[in-house]
Each structure stands twice: as C-alpha cells, then as structure tokens.
Unconditional design. Structure first.
Lengths: 243, 352
C-alpha cells in the first residue's frame, strides 16, 4: 500500500516528512530508505536528518536551500525503496538478567504468570528492530517485543535508573545508554555494552534500521565484558544480514 | 602552567560554546551551541576572532576570571551584565587588553539572561565529536561536559593583542521587539481551533523552569483535540511542545532529540534568542507568520548579523589606556595602519 509523503512544517529550518500513520516495521523501513537516499545525495544546505518511527526530520539552512526545493528533492526519490534497505546489521547484545541488574524481572514474571526464566527466554528469544535512537544519546527504541510480555509502564517513573539497563515499556523494548536517566519502564537486566561512548572510535553503535538480539550472560561474564568495554572495546558484535 | 584564564568564580551557569555539534541528533544528541548566536558572534568579532570560535556563555551572572598570561584581549557581549576590571567599571561590547593578573568580574544581568565572553585567539579546548560546545544533558564537550566551576583553567590558544581594540557602539547594537514569530506545525492539527486561538492571542510568561534545554511558559492552557500523545518524532531548536498541562514549552539548544508531545508551532530562528534571553516573569506573545515570511526572516536576520559585524570599529584613540598604547607601540606601526574607518560616526544603517 502506498502512502503519499505528508510534509509538516518544523520552522524555517526544519521539514518533517511523515511516511505513515502508525508504528510498524514497513513504515520505519521506508523512513530509513528515505534517510539513506537523501544522505547519499549530500544535498547542499541539509544540516542533518533525524529518522524516527514513521517520519524523517530534515534540518536545513534556509540561506542555502529553500523548503520548496527540499520538498522537490524528497519527491524526486519517492517512493523510498524499502527493499534497498533489506540488508541490515544484526547486533548481539550480552545481558545480565535479573537480580540487582534487572530489579523488575520478578515483577514482570508475576504480572504474566510466568517464571523469571521464561521471561528471559522470551525476551532473549526475539529479534528486535531499532526504530529510532532518541531521548538521550544512544538510547535505542526497539520494536518486536513478544506480546506475551507486553507490560504497562510503572505508575510512578523512577527518577534515576541504572546506566545501560535493558528494559521494556508497553509493547516496546529498549537498550539504555551508559547514562542514568529517569524512566517508567521495567528493568529486566543490564548490558556491559555502551551504546554511546564519546571517547571510543565508534562513539555510537546502534542506528535506526539495525536489528538486535540479546544473549544472556553470567555475572562473571558481565564483569569481564564491562572491564573490556571501559577500555574501549564495543563488546557487542554486529553481522550483516540479507533479508 | 600554560597561558590561561582562571575561573575565580563561575557565575550562575557558564559553559563553553561554539556554534554547535551537528549531525548527531540521529544518535540522540541535539546540537547545543549558543542560546543567542548573534551576541556570541559579536563577542568573537570584537576580539578579532572567526565568528564560530568557542566562547563562554554566561547566564544571569557572569562570574570572575583572572588572566594568567602576558596579555589577554577579551570582550563581553549580550545581556547587560556590569563589567569591572580590577574593580574599575568597564564597558561591554568593547575589547579590553588585560595584563597578567587582571581580574575581570561580570555581575548580575540588569536585562536579559545570557552574555558571551570571548578572548582573542580562542581557547585551547579539544573538540568532542566535532565541537567544543558543552551539552549539559549529555555531559559532553567544553570542560568535561559541565558548567565552569571555581578553579577551572581555560587555556588560551594565542594570548596577546594586536591592533586597536574594537567596539560596537550602543546605537549599532540590534534590538528586537514585537511578538515572537512562529510557524504553526508540525502538529498544529493536534489542537482545537480554540486551542490555536488561545496560543496566538494570550500573553505567556517565562517561569523559573528555563534553561538551555527549554523554556517553560505559564499562561492560559492550550486545548488539545484528542489527547496529548503523538508517535515520537524529531525536535528542532524552537519547537513549542504542549504537554498535558496545556502550557507551552519552547525547546532550545540542549533539547531532547525526540519527543512524544504534540508541537503546536516552531519559533522562527531569527526570534529564537529572544526566548532564551527572556527573564523569569517576562511576557511573551506569539504571532503566526507564513512560510514566505519565515523564510524572509531568516534572510533578514543574516543581513542584520552582517551589518552589525561590519559596524564594529576601532575604539577612539582618546579612549585607549596608556597600557594599550604602550603595547601597541611595542608591536610597532599598528596604530597608523588602524586609522578610524571613513564611516565612523555614521549610524544611518542601524539595524532594527
């Protein structure tokens, strides 16, 4: 089903292109494809772009390109070829589940009448799509959480949550950056992976359109990998996958 | 220790800022950069720097700084903060040549919120992810990603003075008045016509919740059409989001990169500094403009910038301190090469 681009004004330096009206993989794939297509053109005057669930924000310098010219550039690569983005990166993210690392694991299990192990099996048994990075540096919003463990957010958000938490909220999942942030999501575990490290050669690991799988690890492995991560090792691996 | 400025007292919130860090909002980091980019550029021009050189952004009160170098040329522009050099009153919008041990103190702003301290040659601060700008929310850039504190050293790259110091006379400084211009969208459809009317016809006031991330306003609540959750999307500098409370928040340089509250409008970039410069309790009115008017306002802003920079001129010889004259003579030949420009005294091109 085709969807005409909906152009929304984001000020004299911003143009938002909406590619769909709901959160789904196909729409997000088009967002990523449009982002790729426009990035490849390196359009003079485009300052940066922000891909999100179902839209692409284009920030531009109005002294270098007009909003109308920018609209025409978007239309010239319409419809975005989502199939072109079918080659993707799949990250394996190690996770220490439960205990102090994931203090809501037992709660989530009890809400769904499951054991903690079953929640871990479900969470670590799925492949997730990175819909977008937002809110905080390297904060990855993931789609693909098994319905069996969809869990309403906490009534009261925590003012601080541990850095690098692995969490779920509603039908979404997330990988936290190594920053303590306020959140109402449920904490299932922690990863030694720093999705964001400004001093590392690759400061950011995850990007919109990537896939993520989780691999349970022991407390001892967590300690070893954390030390490696502190030394600049990404400790997450990525493979290229053809859909 | 290398040549530097010592932070004797940091002021309320002082951060190192260049024009910002672009290209990383897709990874969750907004650009940061100066809240008032025009004043920031003026400060740089006054000390002969490239306009994008890193400066210190001062908030409400500026703090005090001691020169730990043979000479340092320095200027402050922006909010009207009283300036003293070794206890003697000194002018803003003018470069000052300071010998080793001088202390410049920048007091509480009489008007507006933010001023910019620039030094000739700039600061030797390593860029992080492509910029020297401090992003407080991400603990990134500037000095360890934080505001300045007492005892910090701001290393000077090329301390020294050359040529007559420059000034921007008061009648040549741009003044912006009238309603703050906005473009409706991207989610104006999330509000009822009455809600839009409330937004455009009411007077909002700046609350104490105003910082580099955003400016929370108080005033009549704006009516949403159907709840206040949207599918999260990207946020620009100047986005006005309206959460469930119905009172608007203008998001600024250190804003969150994405968000799930509907955004009723965006402040045009030419008027953005007025939000960030507004004091607690100050009234703000919004006026919707067309896409064409918004595009023209960006061009006009740039013309004001260029005109203002062009009106920066050497201070009159009579105003020069003996100290400066002596240093100029040491450099040799510079005084005659820097004769007053022919249009000195003319102010017919004063920007509005």
């Amino acid at each position: 089903m085709s969807y005409e681009p909906k152009f929304l004004s984001a000020g004299d330096r911003g143009l938002t292109v909406e590619l769909g009206d709901s959160v789904n993989e196909a729409t997000n794939a088009k967002v990523v494809a449009l982002d790729n297509a426009l990035s490849a053109q390196a359009i003079p005057g485009v300052v940066e772009m922000v891909p999100t669930y179902r839209s692409l924000l284009i920030m531009f310098d109005p002294l270098l390109i007009s909003k109308e010219a920018l609209r025409q550039r978007v239309l010239s690569c319409w419809p975005p070829d989502a199939a072109a983005a079918s080659r993707y990166r799949r990250w394996t993210i190690p996770v220490l589940y439960g205990g102090e690392a994931g203090e809501d694991l037992e709660y989530v299990a009890s809400v769904h009448g499951l054991s903690a192990d079953e929640v871990v099996r479900l969470h670590a048994g799925a492949e997730y799509r990175v819909y977008m990075i937002g809110f905080a540096p390297g904060f990855a919003y993931l789609g693909g959480l098994p319905e069996r463990i969809h869990t309403s957010r906490r009534l009261e958000p925590r003012m601080r949550t541990p850095a690098s938490s692995i969490s779920i909220g509603g039908e979404q999942a997330a990988v936290w950056p190594p920053i303590e942030i306020p959140s109402g999501w449920h904490l299932l575990g922690r990863t030694p992976v720093k999705t964001y490290d400004p001093l590392r050669r690759e400061p950011f690991l995850l990007a919109a359109g990537d896939r993520v799988v989780f691999a349970p690890i022991s407390a001892q492995e967590f300690t070893t990998l954390s030390a490696a991560a502190d030394g600049g090792d990404p400790v997450a691996t990525a493979e290229m996958v053809d859909a | 220790m290398l040549d530097h400025l010592t932070v004797v007292e940091p002021g309320m919130q002082s951060t190192v800022q260049d024009l910002g860090r672009f290209g990383l909002q897709r990874y969750g980091i907004s650009a940061a950069g100066p809240i008032d980019p025009l004043s920031m550029r003026i400060a740089n021009a006054l000390v002969g720097n490239a306009l994008d050189e890193a400066v210190v952004e001062l908030t409400l009160s500026g703090g005090s700084y001691r020169v730990e170098a043979e000479h340092c040329r320095l200027a402050v522009a922006g909010a009207d903060m009283p300036l003293t050099i070794d206890g003697a009153r000194a002018e803003s919008y003018r470069a000052h040549d300071l010998p080793r041990g001088s202390v410049v103190s920048i007091g509480f702003a009489r008007k507006s919120m933010r001023a910019y301290l620039a030094v000739a040659g700039g600061f030797t601060i390593e860029p992080v992810l492509g910029s020297r700008s401090t992003h407080l929310r991400s603990h990134l850039g500037g000095l360890d990603g934080r505001a300045l504190k007492a005892g910090d050293a701001l290393p000077l790259r090329r301390p020294g003075i050359a040529g007559r110091p420059l000034t921007l006379r008061e009648q040549n400084r741009p003044v912006f008045t009238g309603p703050v211009r906005v473009l409706l969208g991207p989610q104006d459809e999330a509000f009822t016509p009455a809600g839009i009317e409330t937004f455009l016809s009411s007077v909002y006031t700046v609350t104490s919740k105003t910082d580099r991330m955003g400016c929370q306003l108080d005033g009549p609540p704006i009516e949403h059409r159907n709840g206040f959750n949207i599918i999260s999307d990207g946020i620009v500098n100047g986005s006005i989001q309206v959460p469930g409370s119905g009172t608007p928040i203008v998001l600024l340089a250190d804003r969150q990169s994405t968000g799930g509250y509907p955004k009723i409008a965006t402040v045009v970039s030419a008027d953005l500094a007025r939000i960030g410069q507004a004091r607690i309790g100050e009234p703000i009115r919004f006026e919707a403009v067309s896409e064409e008017e918004a595009a023209r306002s960006a061009v006009a802003w740039n013309e004001v910038l260029e005109r203002t920079i062009a009106m920066i001129e050497p201070v009159g010889l009579a105003e020069l301190s003996t100290e400066t004259l002596m240093s100029l003579n040491l450099i040799g030949g510079v005084v005659s090469a820097q004769a007053p420009s022919s249009d000195e005294g003319s102010s017919t091109e004063a920007p509005t």
